[in-house]
Design a protein around this ligand. Structure first.
Ligand SMILES: Cc1cc2nc3c(=O)[nH]c(=O)nc-3n(C[C@H](O)[C@H](O)[C@H](O)COP(=O)(O)OP(=O)(O)OC[C@H]3O[C@@H](n4cnc5c(N)ncnc54)[C@H](O)[C@@H]3O)c2cc1C
Ligand SMILES: *[C@@H]1O[C@H](CO)[C@@H](O)[C@H](O)[C@H]1NC(C)=O
Ligand SMILES: *[C@@H]1O[C@H](CO)[C@@H](O)[C@H](O)[C@H]1NC(C)=O
Ligand SMILES: *[C@@H]1O[C@H](CO)[C@@H](O)[C@H](O)[C@H]1NC(C)=O
Length: 661
């Protein structure tokens, strides 16, 4: 029988030998493990510059023959059938403090081979505490507090995430800490690779796989479920893959037209601006700072243009990706088509590290965008009864199929503020509509509202824009989204079209909505129906294909310093009182479901609810490309075989050892 974790043993014991070797070779620096490749046109377009620097078999051979690194060559080798056969599958990932955790020297060699791009994690809020990372620095701490709600704070940090609860709240940003307050690493990775070329990502995947170390991928850190962090891990930070190449005449299977190759670190705002500059449109979400290529696109990606082009993933033509074996491959209709299928909707952080995508660019489109708030007037002079208010809301909901048939999308809240109900339309977004056609489309609703005597708290205000981006920017782009807090947990539900075609289902849905609002809870709603206008076959969930509306909400609010019992109780209310009535009326068997990207982290039947009818196929693709589970993220395909043994915080966090169940 092969010795358990043979490579780990090798690393731990040989590190002693290496200390002698490195002393000798201190004036003989280790070259970065990378080579510039000759073939730079891949998937019909030039690779990004950062993708032309790769880890080749020749480079791996050089690591094995170079005196300074030879002893460690096994740690950096690609997956091979022989290396697989040699290894047993240990039940847990090697964790800091375990005997097999690599000693500093091994990390140093790794860092040399990475050209110095390895960053040892310092928790972002460390300046607010006296800790092993230094003494408290009040000025830096208060500067951090003032920018903690801004996405850039987290995007520019190698390991920070935007929802600190999933890190385990072990180093919260706050003023006035005393010696009793601790800042520890908790669920942050041990190290992050500040990736600046593909070779480094390949090397890091080989290293983590060969040493059985947990791996995570972080782009912006937006994920609402904590999928971009993990205790005891090595993190691949993709933020600096910032290039966007315009491809005016791109050709691929079934496509001939304008396209972009987009680097993994590009945000929604950046790709929107690049498209606008070419007088074209692309499919992105409503939050400008969300990463375009990471969790958004790989999770499907809903978009204000869904009425015309479906989900954002439907416009992807090719991915460049480093797979679990360390190889850099193309996933497209003609190369690894199964991987291509899975990466378009099957979830981020699961099948490989995507370094760039090629997406279709669609023609310029004009937009009418409008906002309004219905409800009692602020000065209390114009009132509407609850009955009439809900009659108006009902008319609005009944219009959803008409609205989506006309290619429109909206996002609004129904608020209950101390018993005062409002419908707060953040944006009724009507691409391809003039003000006249928008008014015609919405007239029946506004006429009904008028007949019912529903006052406008804020008058309807519609504006026409000649391009998508100009409308988008006013509607959403310029408005900051709240983030950086640990005071609630999200949840959502996709509501199938059958709730509009079958009157009994509509009644059930509407009474569920009313009960939710009358319970004093807010209710976020999108009318949208991505369907499948481009007729693509990919992993976007069957629930999305059948959706007529998307409901979002969150748990009761708790304090940032809430204890585990308080968070557990809010989590229970979310799951049992709020989401369960929604689940009951929209089972997966009838194409109900939940969007994996904005979901409750403890959604009980996440396989069918997040991935729909695609789950079993996704699982087989996961097993093919990542048979030993290098990639883990909570609720990702295949993650049911694993558990994070976290420190109890009332909700599943990433602050604990990752083990097979
Ligand atoms: C304020 C806000 C608004 C939002 N609006 C929308 C919206 O309009 N439409 C919509 O569809 N979604 C929306 N989302 C959800 C968003 O799509 C997800 O949070 C998404 O996962 C963010 O991706 P990221 O790469 O920026 O974040 P990260 O947290 O960095 O990563 C998310 C996941 O993707 C993985 N990942 C990141 N990069 C890569 C890569 N290169 N290769 C492989 N895996 C990778 C990570 O491992 C992780 O599992 C919104 C989220 C927020 C917080
Ligand atoms: C990450 O690497 C880039 C070079 O690719 C460098 O400019 C940047 O400063 C690095 N960031 C950090 C936080 O080290
Ligand atoms: C408007 O205010 C009146 C008086 O407070 C109240 O009875 C009614 O329910 C309110 N309407 C809505 C829709 O909240
Ligand atoms: C209407 O919307 C436009 C664009 O958002 C804004 O500039 C204008 O001030 C708004 N007008 C009113 C009356 O709210």
């Amino acid at each position: 029988m092969a010795p358990k974790c043979s490579l780990g043993v090798v690393a731990a014991t040989l590190s002693f030998l290496f200390s002698a070797a490195s002393a000798q070779s201190s004036n003989q620096p280790v070259e970065p493990a990378e080579a510039v490749v000759a073939e730079t046109i891949v998937a019909g377009a030039p690779l990004l510059d950062v993708e032309t620097v790769q880890l080749t078999d020749a480079v791996v051979a050089r690591i094995a023959s170079d005196d300074a690194t030879a002893e460690y060559a096994d740690l950096f080798a690609f997956e091979s059938d022989a290396s697989v056969a040699k290894r047993d599958l240990p039940s847990c990932k090697t964790y800091p403090g375990d005997a097999l955790w690599p000693v500093e020297l091994v990390w140093d060699i790794f860092d040399f081979l990475l050209g110095g791009q390895l960053i040892k994690t310092v928790p972002i809020a460390a300046p607010c505490y006296d800790s092993k990372w230094g003494s408290k620095d009040d000025a830096r701490c208060s500067a951090l507090i003032s920018t903690f709600g801004k996405p850039a704070t987290h995007e520019n940090d190698p390991t920070s995430i935007m929802w600190p609860i999933f890190q385990g709240k072990t180093c919260m940003v706050r003023e006035g800490t005393t010696a009793a307050d601790k800042c520890t690493l908790g669920g942050f990775p041990e190290y992050a690779l500040n990736a600046s070329n593909v070779a480094q990502i390949q090397l890091a995947l080989n290293f983590a796989r060969n040493l059985n170390i947990r791996l995570v991928v972080k782009n912006t850190g937006h994920c609402y479920l904590g999928k971009s962090t993990g205790a005891g891990s090595l993190s691949i930070w993709t933020h600096n893959f910032q290039d966007i190449d315009f491809l005016p005449k791109y050709q691929a299977t079934g496509y001939n037209g304008a396209a972009f190759r987009v680097g993994a670190g590009v945000t929604v705002q950046q790709i929107y601006r690049a498209a606008e500059a070419q007088r074209l449109s692309v499919l992105g979400g409503i939050c400008e700072s969300v990463g375009f290529v990471g969790g958004y696109l790989q999770g499907g990606g809903h978009t204000p243009l869904s009425g015309y082009y479906g989900m954002a993933a439907d416009s992807v033509l090719a991915f460049q990706v480093v797979t679990a074996d360390g190889r850099f491959v193309t996933a497209s209709a003609t190369s690894n088509p199964d991987l291509f299928w899975a990466l378009r909707g099957g979830g981020g952080g699961t099948y490989g590290v995507v370094t760039s995508v090629i997406i279709k660019a669609h023609p310029k489109i004009d937009v009418t965008h409008s906002t309004f708030v219905l409800g009692n007037s602020t000065d209390g002079t114009q009132l509407v009864s609850r009955e009439n208010f809900f009659k108006g809301v009902r008319k609005f909901f009944e219009s959803f199929p008409t609205f989506t048939d006309a290619g429109t999308y909206s996002f609004f809240f129904i608020f209950n503020t101390n018993g005062q109900l409002t419908l707060d339309m953040k944006s009724f977004f009507a691409p391809g509509h003039t003000k006249e056609s928008y008014n015609k489309l919405t007239k029946p609703f506004f006429d009904t509202a008028k007949e019912l005597g529903i006052p406008f708290k804020t008058p309807q205000n519609s504006t026409y824009y000649p391009t998508f981006f100009s409308a988008y920017w006013d509607a959403w782009g310029k408005t900051p989204f709240p983030l950086g807090t640990a005071t609630s947990l999200p949840g959502n539900r996709l509501i199938p079209k059958s709730h509009w075609t079958e009157p009994a289902k509509f009644e059930k849905m509407f009474s569920t909505l009313k009960a939710h609002v009358e319970n004093g809870r807010h209710f976020g709603v999108y009318h949208q129906s991505p369907q499948n206008p481009q007729k693509v076959d990919n992993a976007v969930s069957s629930a999305w294909r059948n959706a007529q509306a998307f409901f979002i909400t969150s748990s009761p609010v708790f304090a940032a310093n809430a204890d585990a019992a308080t968070i557990a109780s809010a989590n229970k209310v979310l799951n049992e009182d709020i989401l369960q009535p929604w689940r009951d009326i929209t089972p997966a068997s009838e194409f109900g479901g939940s969007y994996l990207n904005e979901a409750a982290v403890e959604e009980p039947k996440w396989q069918e609810d997040f991935y729909g009818t695609q789950y079993s196929k996704l699982l087989s693709i996961k097993k093919k490309y990542d048979p030993r589970g290098l990639f883990y993220a909570t609720t990702a395909v295949g993650s049911e075989e694993w558990e994070v043994r976290d420190v109890e915080l009332g909700v599943q966090t990433q602050n604990g050892k990752l083990c097979r169940k």
